[in-house]
Design a protein around this ligand. Sequence first.
Ligand code: GAP
Length: 435
Amino acid sequence: MSNKKLVSMEDIVSLCKRRGFIFQGSEIYGGLAGTWDFGPLGVALKRNIMDLWWKTFVEDREDMYGVDAAILMDQKVWQASGHTATFTDPLVECSNCHSRFRADHLEGDKCPTCGKTGTFSEAKQFNMMFQTNVGSVADENSISYLRPETAQGIFTNYKNVVDSFYPDLPFGIAQQGKAFRNEISPRDFVFRSREFEQMEIEYFIDPKDWEKLFDAWVKDIEKFLSDLGLPESSVHKLEVPKDDLAHYSKRTIDFEFDFPHKRDELLGLAYRTDFDLMNIQNASGKSMEYTVKGTSTKFVPHVIEPSFGVERAIMAVLVSAYTEDEVNGEKRTYLKLPAHLAPVKIAVSPLLKNKPELVTKAREVYDMLKKQHGAVMWDDNGNIGKRYRRQDEIGTPECVVIDFQTLEDDTVTVRDRDTTEQKRVNIIELPGQYR
Ligand code: GAP
């Protein structure tokens, strides 16, 4: 029996550390809060998710253009977008222990650190952008920020893309990359980090079409979440009430997921109107108007923005895949990852590692599969049962074992992660198995 409901944060954090997915950033010096390092399997999983997103939303579509903008941008970008003035969270400090908290994350007036009540200061607005200086002179003019979202690197390249590609409306510009926010209290593993990765699209439209295009984006996002292996029952669409909408948004849907800490935001879909392009037009003095081909009709396009966070997607994928069952009376933990996301697609082992003839044959099979599939792991550590458990825990869909029968008839054992069933397959049929 699988047990999905009881996946705890501890289960996920401990698996990630034990098996080399995600480590605390700067762990060797005690850890830097809100930063995380991806280990060999974590980086593979992350790339698979990001590549699937890029393939789905950029490569497989005709209306999408990719960019990779600089992280450091002119401070005017953040003044025009409103981030310098308003990208803030409310900060309170406990007068007893001096711990600082995000006011809207507190329940009641008891300090979570020292337990005293009634010690919080008045809330102050704290700007979450990391400030730096560009160049050797540290003055007002050299101030820049690590970008708090990838979106502005898209908006500032809108005109470049229009001028060099003349796309028809609607069209989108997509970007993946790092974003930085000096969160007051980073928490819930990678869910709220200070350095994280986003995958964002600004989809430029004629405002008369916004409703039907917004609905189409809801469907495209749902399909992508299903391709990530997230069960429909764990994903919830929260229609942000009119009163809570950001001032530039006419409609926002938060896609929430049942994370171990609580149901919380996985990604957002917002109709941002012409807010950003108009800001840029006003601040730069350059026209952001789009001329409809073959006509004299000109207007500043409106924007629909699907905004994904990579770390939250990774957490949702791990929570969805994390499964416990019992095999031969023993508890087993495995990651039921979709094969296209698994960091390792196939593990290859000789049944016994002290038998040179088995090792040589297994190496031949490994080399053949590695050439074809890349993400193939050589695993001869411990006995075969231990290897299966380890591969199960990292989500490897199939293990290929070379044994004495292989030397006689060129067949190997292929063991399935989910069913634990084994079948014998001829070596020459192996590559086809994984096509
Ligand atoms: N351009 C719009 C924008 O950045 P957002 O709701 O602030 O909107 C979009 O962020 C997504 O980025 C979130 O839905 C989440 O997936 C991710 N994200 C935001 N802050 C994060 C943080 N501190 N740690 C990890 N992911 C975060």
